[in-house]
Design a binder for this molecule. Structure first.
Ligand SMILES: *Cc1c(COP(=O)(O)O)cnc(C)c1O
Length: 383
């Protein structure tokens, strides 16, 4: 099913009778870029929004709600346990906290002071990313390795966890299966950050079944749940330990990473909806959309396009557009800026020489507007 969220957009405006963004003078735009935090991630599915509204009518016990939702999603995803976090980043922090503290509440209070605890997390050099700050938030030191030999040599009595960045699987010398095997060999928990790695849907169970002790996904990317929510899944003993650092517990490093009941329910519904979606049909629709935009761009002299699919992370049809600067006198940055400042505003990404477009975060039909605008703007620069 390809759900129509433009209908939902209008509903949300008409319920309150207000257009808050307009009132505030905040620009809205067609998202031809993808799932970017600065662009507010994804649009909540109507089903998720409605579930969140329903959840807002009653009080519940926060811990009880997390437990029941955790069990339900664990059953659906074939893993031992799950918990809803405030984004994949906090899933990383909580997962790390859990392996450091276990079920010891004194250690939970002590974090990020690691006196008497393990204090190193090993990862491959090619897996370093801005988001690994979420690991360091627990006070641990990151130890970078390149080869398997280096990894095995780096393991010592202070090693708390082995951390893996899924999107870099093919860039590192040690790939997922071998990484898990090393963790098991030395009895050290492994964590896989797969935040942006839906689709494909099977990633929701692939990595826990592969043997990773913990896996993290973002709520506000392909799942189209709350942008501020995330999913931590894996071994029960680590999830239960991680939860000691989460609200409602107060003297914890995670007190500022609260997830409210609406977001918890919203994430649950987002995952359930994702499991039921017709992914093949959705994929075909995305292909049609990028083809339409590509054709409109290519119809301008010297413009060239191709369609790629990143192997992991943002694994969706991605249109790339470039041209001969002798014929079209504008950089991709200039064209991108024209798209952004035009009406309606359109956000795209890419490089200084290339426009990159995905359609999976658009509302149905917006591809026609994007196609028309790209064609118009490129043509206007034609010498
Ligand atoms: C987006 C992302 C995160 C952070 O996810 P949030 O849900 O925004 O907290 C972490 N790791 C990777 C690889 C990501 O792409």
């Amino acid at each position: 099913m390809v759900s129509n969220h433009s209908r939902h957009d209008r509903d949300s405006v008409s319920v309150s009778g207000k257009d808050y963004f307009k009132e505030l003078g905040v620009r809205t735009f067609i998202n031809a870029a993808g799932t970017y935090t600065r662009l507010t991630g994804s649009l909540l599915l109507p089903e998720v929004m409605h579930a969140m509204m329903h959840a807002s009518h009653d009080y519940v016990d926060l811990d009880e709600l997390q437990s029941r939702v955790g069990e339900r999603l664990a059953n659906l995803l074939g893993c031992e346990d799950t918990v809803i976090t405030s984004g994949a980043a906090s899933a990383i922090t909580f997962g790390t906290a859990g392996v450091l503290t276990g079920m010891d509440k004194n250690k939970v209070v002590q974090l990020p002071d690691l006196t008497g605890m393990k204090n190193e997390v090993i990862l491959q050099k090619s897996h370093r990313i801005e988001f690994d700050h979420a690991i360091r938030a627990c006070g641990v030191r990151l130890v970078e390795v390149v080869t398997r030999k280096e990894l095995e040599n780096a393991i010592n009595e202070n090693t708390a966890m082995l951390w893996f960045l899924n999107t870099q699987n093919y860039q590192g010398e040690i790939q997922d299966v071998e990484f898990v095997e090393i963790g098991k060999k030395y009895g050290i928990p492994t964590f896989n950050d797969a935040a942006a790695d839906l689709p494909p849907v099977e990633n929701l169970w692939k990595y826990t079944q592969m043997g990773f002790d913990m896996v993290a996904f973002s709520g506000g990317k392909g799942l189209r749940g709350p942008q501020s929510a995330g999913l931590l899944l894996g071994k029960k003993k680590y999830i239960q330990a991680a939860r000691l650092s989460m609200p409602p517990h107060e003297n914890t490093i995670g007190r500022g990473m609260k997830v409210n009941k609406e977001e918890i329910i919203g994430m649950m519904v987002a995952v359930e909806h994702y499991l039921q979606r017709d992914h093949q049909k959705e994929w075909q629709y995305w292909e049609q959309q990028v083809n339409l935009i590509g054709d409109a761009a290519k119809s301008v002299e010297t413009v060239e396009t191709d369609i790629i699919v990143p192997r992991i992370a943002n694994h969706v049809p991605t249109l790339r557009i470039w041209w001969n600067r002798d014929k079209i006198d504008a950089s991709a940055d200039e064209i991108r800026n024209q798209l952004r400042t035009g009406h309606p505003s359109i956000e795209t990404v890419g490089t200084p020489d290339m426009i990159e477009i995905t359609t999976w975060m658009m509302s149905p039909g917006q591809e026609r507007i994007v196609a028309r605008r790209i064609n118009e703007i490129l043509k206007a620069y034609l010498r």
